[in-house]
Design a protein around this ligand. Structure first.
Ligand SMILES: Nc1ncnc2c1ncn2[C@@H]1O[C@H](COP(=O)(O)OP(=O)(O)OP(=O)(O)O)[C@@H](O)[C@H]1O
Length: 619
């Protein structure tokens, strides 16, 4: 029987309340000890060493035969008490690490990423706070899910059902996450089962946590979680790649929150920022490296980072990472830099869109992966009101001005109410010059704005983002550099001043609003220079139950089929498993669920029992 999110929240509340009361680690996780609490110190790795790493799942051939065996000592058998201390919030003892920085005592160094607000919320209080703040995750409840691959682990309903460990669970509560979002419910069990994963889920639906939790938890579990270095080279166990500097910083910030007091150290490296500072940070030790591809290649070539120990590889915005711009770099990183082979490492690819040709490319990096699609293409249907208006090129500025005035004066735009105190507007344009010029014009006309694009220095970009987030300049004019992944609270309105050529880019752009269950508005200015987008845009809007203007339908019926990588991939989702479409007869398990009125197409029974008439993927 279908149960609602709210029902399962009360169940999880009860479970967690009991668990909290005893303030003990859950029985299944009593042995985890943060690495910094372990008495064994890391070996002096002055050159390739031999030693024991038996039992490590990434042991074995990486194909290259050059992997130094990293000796990791200090196993965790008798540390349950210390683990409980840490779990209770003590922050850990000063076991220290004998690494190049001369020891890493987290009591001294680990800044509390939750700041002054570091309360571990009671789950019930937490839930009511979410309600008060207007977050409505029930908006994601009835969306369809498809999973295909061998032995797909069943989804969970609550974080309590997932064995992430007490410290990580405390951090989840600190983040005020009451229950997993749909993609987390499905993806985390798959990742924890050690399977490779290609996950396609709506923008703003919590994909970051979906790959961070299993990586952090996996590193915590590894018996060999002590970090290693040889000379000045560091050996991260987890590598998270993302296409933009700002997104890498954001993932780093999130991952640091999730890994607070776990002993798992997260470091970020991205271009445009001084490399020396990043090198110093790396020298202090790194378990998870979050990076943009260019800077990572630089670090690899300087032999300051080695990928030989990578156990977990995650590509965020994976379709972007594998399109023409990035693919050669990603291939170099994954295939030519001594990273353990697919099947030895665990690889996870996430995005809101997965065109078929990119999936095909991506399968080079995956081993027997599970394909997961959660929700319809792009953003949740109910959360974002999409409007498209016919605006001639020459009228765009005055039209934008009208919108902004209306927004300023009455706080609403059509049926969408905007909270004017906090509403931020993100305006996408095609070119860097166009961004500067529009920003200047807006400022001259009394609308404080700033801009972010590739011609600005990294310092300017970061400043612009801060100024926008704080509301000091409530309008941000951006090129596609801000289209993916950025999670900026209070973006109430996204304006596609210039529409992109690709429908996927549109999906990601409008996904900057309507995040985490909140509502938003997306307005697009369309004219005859956007003809190739007419059809996919009309289809996308129709699928999302949006009002499609008659003139757009007319253009769509006459237009060539452009901007449609995503549409070609078929199905109700931002992508569907190309393996199912391409090779009938491959022995893939498959389930499909949700409230689409057709919950069990082509269904086979799989691990977890998603058989017709038993339970839907969402229950
Ligand atoms: N379980 C949860 N409960 C409440 N909020 C959550 C939960 N998981 C994630 N969030 C919040 O939801 C927001 C969106 O998450 P995130 O940025 O990971 O989305 P995403 O799916 O990666 O989006 P995009 O496709 O745009 O990159 C963030 O503010 C995050 O803190």
């Amino acid at each position: 029987m279908r149960t609602s999110w709210a029902d399962s929240v009360s169940n999880s509340a009860a479970e967690i309340a009991i668990w909290d009361k005893n303030s003990l680690p859950r029985p299944t996780r009593s042995t985890y000890v943060p690495p910094h609490l372990r008495s064994g110190s890391i070996s002096d790795l002055s050159g390739p060493v031999t030693g024991t790493n038996g039992g490590s799942r990434w042991t074995g051939s990486d194909g290259g035969g050059t992997k130094p065996e990293l000796r990791r000592q200090g196993q965790a058998n008798s540390y349950a008490t210390a683990g409980r201390d840490a779990a209770a919030g003590g922050g850990g003892g000063g076991g220290g690490r004998n690494n190049r920085s001369g020891g890493w005592d987290r009591r001294e160094r680990e800044v509390n990423p939750f700041g002054n607000d570091d309360k571990i919320y009671d789950i019930k209080q937490n839930f009511s706070e979410q309600e008060n703040s207007g977050i409505n995750f029930d908006a994601y409840e009835d969306i369809p899910v498809e999973a295909s691959g061998e032995n797909v682990p069943p989804p969970v309903n609550t974080f309590a059902e997932i064995d992430l460990g007490e410290i990580l669970n405390q951090n989840i509560r600190r983040c005020k996450y009451v229950k997993p979002t749909p993609v987390q419910r499905h993806a985390i069990p798959i990742a924890l089962a050690g399977k490779d994963l290609m996950a396609c889920a709506q923008t703003g639906s919590g994909k970051t946590a979906a790959f961070c939790f299993p990586i952090i938890s996996g590193i915590m579990r590894e018996l060999y979680a002590q970090r290693s270095h040889v000379g000045r080279t560091v050996y991260p166990l987890g590598l998270i790649l993302s296409p933009t500097r700002e997104l890498s910083c954001q993932i780093h910030d999130e991952a640091k929150k999730f890994s607070y007091q776990t002993g798992v150290k997260v470091v970020v490296a991205y271009g445009g920022a001084p490399i020396n500072q990043q090198l110093r940070e790396l020298e202090r030790g790194v378990d998870i490296l979050v990076a943009t591809p260019g800077r990572l290649v630089d670090l690899l070539e300087r032999a300051r980072v080695s990928l030989q120990a990578v156990r977990y590889l995650a590509l965020d915005e994976a379709d972007r990472m594998l399109d023409m711009g990035f693919e050669p770099q990603i291939r170099k990183i994954v295939e030519q830099m001594n990273m353990p082979n697919r099947g030895v490492r665990q690889t996870m690819l996430f995005s809101a869109t997965f065109p078929r040709e990119i999936q095909r490319l991506a399968s080079d990096f995956l081993s027997n992966h599970i394909f997961l699609a959660v929700g319809r293409v792009g953003p949740s249907t109910d959360l974002i009101v999409q409007r498209v208006e016919f605006v001639l090129e020459s009228d765009k500025r005055s039209h934008l001005m009208d919108l902004l005035h209306a927004q300023r004066e009455n706080g609403n735009h059509g049926k969408v109410s905007l909270n004017l105190q906090q509403a931020l507007t993100l305006v996408f344009v095609e070119t860097k010059k166009g961004a500067d010029s529009l920003e200047h014009w807006l400022c001259m006309n009394g609308f404080p704005s700033t801009t972010i694009h590739g011609d600005r220095t990294q310092q300017e970009r970061e400043l612009a983002l801060r100024s926008f987030k704080s509301g000091k300049t409530p309008i941000l004019v951006a090129t596609d550099v801000a289209a993916r992944g950025l999670d900026i609270p209070h973006v109430a309105h996204v304006v596609n001043f210039d529409l992109p050529n690709d429908i996927d880019d549109y999906v990601h752009r409008i996904g900057r609003t309507g995040r985490a269950g909140k509502t938003g508005l997306a307005t697009a200015f369309f004219n005859e220079s956007n003809l190739s987008l007419a059809r996919p845009l009309a289809e996308l809007m129709q699928e999302a139950s949006q009002e499609v203007p008659a003139w757009l339908t007319h253009y769509a019926s006459r237009a060539p089929y452009g901007g449609n990588k995503n549409r070609r991939s078929g199905g109700r989702f931002g992508g569907s498993d190309f393996r199912r479409e391409e090779s009938i007869g491959k022995n893939l398990d498959y389930y499909s669920g949700g409230n689409s009125g057709n919950a069990y197409e082509g269904l086979v029974d799989i691990a977890g029992g998603y058989a017709p008439g038993v339970t839907s993927a969402w229950d």
